[in-house]
Design a protein around this ligand. Structure first.
Ligand code: FAD
Length: 339
């Protein structure tokens, strides 16, 4: 249990009410998080302006109340046995404006990345085609410099307005955001800062070509990504298949042949496989991984799925994988520990 005392909780509620901030209380996280896990949240505050977000963070910080910012929770593993005190959600900050003439887009932190991608298509702007299938918000995307197929959010970014934990509003330029592969200043130093809005500038492109690229990416994603069980996309940033191949020469040979037949030469199939169950079964024979209910997707070993095994079992699997991987690729999913 990590709930606030009734008195402090009442103060937070009253502060939210004073600032006009919407909130939910005593929320069952397993019913609302993307992975469908987690205990209860005592309060989820949903500011709808940058000023409200800044005012809320200032209050929480000055009262020593820990909080966690959430977007669409598509990268967050909330633990079943943990109750969380205050979550600050960007869900009510989802305004998006596009200047078709200049290609300038200003989008609030709660805008869904696929909506941003489709808005760019609508206005004939190119550069966001690959983001159509990332099921997160812009705030979550900026936190980890989300990307796909070689494109990253940083590519056309001008800067972002952040509400800092002390309640100030500050514009960070692209350079100040320090966006690197799946990381940013938010992940490293400025944790606790809230992304209020982000500014981009995109070049104009041919709408038909933009549409065509989005269609291709959409179809590709549906081949390798699990869409049936609740999941958090890739567990690790990078390929565990490659890393496990470095550990075990037999697996390296088998996976190289598998890759060759299925992806390069396609001797046995006209299409890439829609799952790698066969290859995953080889991993299970070669490496010491233990679980009661299969915690990964048949489509890819690099995707944790919720089959009702509970988060203890999920975390145990991630830790076993981390041991095998030994730091060669980085954990992308974030486990939200008690705070
Ligand atoms: C099916 C699937 C496919 C995916 N594909 C991709 C992919 O192709 N590429 C990729 O990069 N990722 C991918 N992901 C992972 C995930 O969607 C992205 O990381 C996304 O950017 C997370 O956004 P979110 O709003 O869900 O953030 P959350 O999961 O809610 O939060 C992630 C982190 O961002 C922080 N955060 C969230 N909002 C804000 C804010 N407003 N201000 C400050 N901090 C904030 C949180 O505190 C947390 O630390 C995929 C996930 C799934 C489930």
């Amino acid at each position: 249990m990590a709930f606030l005392s009734d008195g402090i909780a009442a103060e937070v509620v009253s502060h939210c009410t004073d600032l006009g901030i919407a909130f939910d209380q005593d929320v069952d996280l397993s019913r609302m998080t993307y992975l469908r896990t987690g205990g209860r949240a005592q309060l989820i505050a949903k500011p709808s302006t940058a000023e409200q977000a800044a005012g809320l963070l200032a209050f929480l910080t000055s009262h020593g109340i820990a909080y966690k910012i959430i977007g669409n929770t598509s990268n967050l593993l909330f633990l079943d046995q943990v109750d969380y005190p205050v979550l600050v959600s960007s869900t009510n900050m989802a305004d998006l404006s596009v200047d078709s003439a200049t290609g300038k887009i200003v989008a609030e932190g709660g805008v869904m990345v696929p909506d941003l991608s489709r808005a760019a298509l609508f206005h004939g702007l190119t550069g966001f085609e690959a983001f159509e299938g990332i099921p997160g918000t812009l705030g979550g995307g900026l936190f980890m410099n989300a990307g796909a197929y070689g494109d990253e959010l940083k590519d056309h970014l001008v800067g972002a307005q952040l509400a800092m934990p002390d309640g100030t509003l500050r514009f960070f330029t692209l350079a100040e955001l320090q966006l690197t592969h799946r990381s940013s200043v938010l992940r490293r130093e400025a944790s606790g800062a809230f992304v209020c809005d982000v500014t981009f500038e995109l070049p104009h492109g041919d709408a038909q070509k933009i549409f065509g690229k989005m269609e291709v990416y959409h179809a590709k994603r549906h081949k390798y990504q699990d869409f049936m069980y609740p999941n958090l996309g890739s567990i690790f940033s990078g390929s565990p298949y490659r890393v496990l191949g470095e550990e075990d020469r037999y697996f390296k040979f088998v996976s190289a042949v598998y890759y060759l037949f299925n992806y390069k030469v396609k001797i046995f199939r006209r299409e890439s496989p829609i799952n790698r169950k066969w290859l995953n079964d080889v991993i299970l024979k070669r490496f010491p991984l233990h679980y009661d209910l299969q915690p990964f997707s048949d489509k890819t070993f690099n995707c944790l799925v919720n089959r009702g095994q509970g988060t203890d079992e999920m975390v145990r699997f991630i830790r076993q994988m981390e041991e095998l991987i030994d730091g060669r690729i980085v954990l992308e999913n974030e486990i939200v520990e008690e705070f």
